[in-house]
Design a protein around this ligand. Structure first.
Ligand SMILES: Cc1cc2nc3c(=O)[nH]c(=O)nc-3n(C[C@H](O)[C@H](O)[C@H](O)COP(=O)(O)OP(=O)(O)OC[C@H]3O[C@@H](n4cnc5c(N)ncnc54)[C@H](O)[C@@H]3O)c2cc1C
Length: 373
C-alpha cells in the first residue's frame, strides 16, 4: 500500500488532537489525524473552566462552544451535610458541555479547514530511528510519514511507548468512582453541589443540559460490592447521611445505571523526543476533581502549534523550541497533579480538605473567589 506524507501526524482524535489539528490546519499545515476508534471519543469530561474558555476565545471559538452549552458560576461544597465553602468563578463562570459535543464542534471545524481524519486506524508499528519517528504503519497496512508526530493518544499512548518515555501511574484506589446520567431535578438545576463525608464518600451533582444531570459518587472500594450489588436502597441510605440539600434527586437515582470509572494520576519523564511530542492525557493525568485537564490540554495544544509553525520544518529548531517552550509545561502539570493527589487524600477530613483546597488552581483566579460560609 502507498505511503502518505504530511507535515504533522496526530495520533488520537480527542480534544487535544482535534484542537491542535485545527490550529495547524488554519496555518496551512498538512495534518493527518489517526484515530483507532470509529469516530471521536464518545465520553469524557464535562467542565471547561475559564482558562480553557479563554484559549478557545483567542481562536474565535467562544461563541461556537458556548452557544448551546450551560454556564455555571458557583460550586458549593459540603462536609457531613454542612455547607463549608463556595467556589465562585469570574468572567461568566465555566461551561458544562458533555465531552463528545465539545470535541465534535472542534472536529467539524477541522474538517472545514481540510484536516484529514483516518478513523478505525489502529497503529501496528511506529518506526523510530535516530530518536525520531520515521514512519507509522496502521493495522490496515497504510503507512504515514510526517515531519512532526504528536501522541495525543490518551493515557496508554502508543507514541509514548514507541519513544520509550517512562511513565508513573498512581491509581486512586482508596476511592472508587461511579457515574450516572439522570433526569434533572430542581436542586441540581439551582446549584452544583459537591458533598464529602468523614466516612470517605463523596457525591457531586450537576446539570449537563436542560433535562439531564450527572451524578458522581465516590466510595471506599470495600463498600462498593455491598452498595452496588445489593441494590440502590443501600446507596440511598448512605447518601442520605451526608447529601442534605439535594434530596429531590434521590428518586431519580433509584433507577439509574451506575458505571464504574477508574481514575489515576500519571506523570511522564519527558514530553518530547526528536520530532515527536506528547499532548493531553498521553502526557499527564490529574485527579478529575481539579476539573482542569482540558484547560491545560488546550493551552498545551496552542503552544505546540506555535512551536511547530515557528520551526517551519527545521528538525533541529523544532527540538530546541520543544525543549525551551513546551517541556516547561511539565512543571505546571506537576503542580496540578500534586494538587489533585493532595485533594484526593483529604475527602474524609473537613479541615484537611479546606487546607488543601487552592482556588487559584481550580479557576486561575485569586483567593478572593473563595467564600467561607
Ligand atoms: C473521569 C474524568 C473526568 C474528567 N473531568 C474533567 C473535567 O470536568 N474537566 C476537565 O477539564 N478535564 C477533565 N478530565 C480530564 C480530560 O478528560 C482530559 O484532560 C482530556 O480529555 C484530554 O484529552 P486528550 O485529547 O488527551 O485525550 P482523550 O480524549 O483520551 O483522547 C485520546 C484519543 O486517542 C485515541 N487513541 C488511543 N490510542 C490510540 C492509538 N494507538 N491509535 C489511534 N488512536 C488512539 C483514543 O481512542 C481517543 O480518541 C477528566 C478526566 C477523567 C478521567
Amino acid at each position: 500500500m502507498a505511503t502518505t506524507s504530511c507535515d504533522v501526524a496526530i495520533v488520537g482524535a480527542g480534544l487535544g488532537g482535534c484542537f491542535l489539528a485545527l490550529l495547524l490546519g488554519r496555518r496551512g499545515q498538512r495534518v493527518v489525524v489517526i484515530e483507532q476508534g470509529p469516530s471521536i471519543p464518545s465520553a469524557g469530561a464535562d467542565f471547561l473552566k475559564p482558562p480553557g474558555l479563554r484559549v478557545l476565545a483567542r481562536h474565535g471559538l467562544a461563541d461556537l462552544v458556548g452557544r448551546h452549552g450551560l454556564r455555571r458560576d458557583t460550586v458549593r461544597y459540603y462536609h457531613d451535610g454542612d455547607p463549608i465553602q463556595e467556589c465562585r468563578f469570574p468572567e461568566g463562570g465555566f461551561l458544562v458541555r458533555p465531552y463528545r459535543e465539545l470535541v465534535e464542534l472542534i472536529y467539524t471545524s477541522c474538517v472545514m479547514e481540510g484536516v484529514e481524519f483516518w478513523f478505525d486506524a489502529g497503529i501496528d508499528e511506529i518506526a523510530v530511528g535516530d530518536g525520531r519517528v520515521e514512519e507509522l504503519t496502521l493495522s490496515n497496512g497504510r503507512r504515514l510519514r510526517a515531519g512532526v508526530v504528536i501522541g495525543a493518544d490518551g493515557t496508554r499512548s502508543a507514541v509514548r511507548q514507541a519513544l520509550d518515555i517512562e511513565q508513573r501511574t498512581l491509581p486512586y484506589d482508596r476511592l472508587l468512582m461511579r457515574v450516572a446520567t439522570v433526569p434533572l431535578t430542581a436542586s441540581v438545576a439551582q446549584l452544583n453541589r459537591l458533598y464529602f463525608s468523614s466516612e470517605g464518600w463523596f457525591a457531586y451533582l450537576y446539570p449537563i443540559n436542560r433535562d439531564q444531570a450527572r451524578v458522581f459518587v465516590g466510595l471506599p472500594p470495600e463498600d462498593d460490592k455491598e452498595i452496588f450489588q445489593d441494590g440502590i436502597p443501600a446507596l440511598l441510605d448512605e447518601l442520605k447521611k451526608f447529601v442534605t440539600d439535594s434530596s429531590d434527586a434521590f428518586n431519580v437515582l433509584q433507577p439509574a445505571t451506575w458505571q464504574p470509572i477508574k481514575v489515576s494520576s500519571m506523570r511522564v519523564a519527558e514530553y518530547h523526543k526528536g520530532n515527536a511530542a506528547l499532548l493531553g492525557s498521553a502526557a499527564f493525568a490529574c485527579h478529575p476533581m481539579t476539573g482542569m485537564g482540558m484547560s491545560y490540554t488546550l493551552h498545551d495544544a496552542e503552544l505546540l502549534a506555535d512551536v511547530i509553525c515557528a520551526a517551519g520544518g527545521d528538525a533541529d529548531l523544532l527540538e530546541r523550541l520543544l525543549s525551551a517552550r513546551y517541556e516547561p509545561r511539565r512543571e505546571a502539570h506537576r503542580q496540578l497533579i500534586d494538587y489533585g493527589d493532595a485533594l484526593a487524600s483529604t475527602f474524609h477530613d473537613r479541615g484537611a480538605y479546606l487546607a488543601a483546597f487552592r482556588p487559584e488552581l481550580h479557576i486561575y483566579g485569586d483567593a478572593a473567589a473563595l467564600q467561607p460560609i
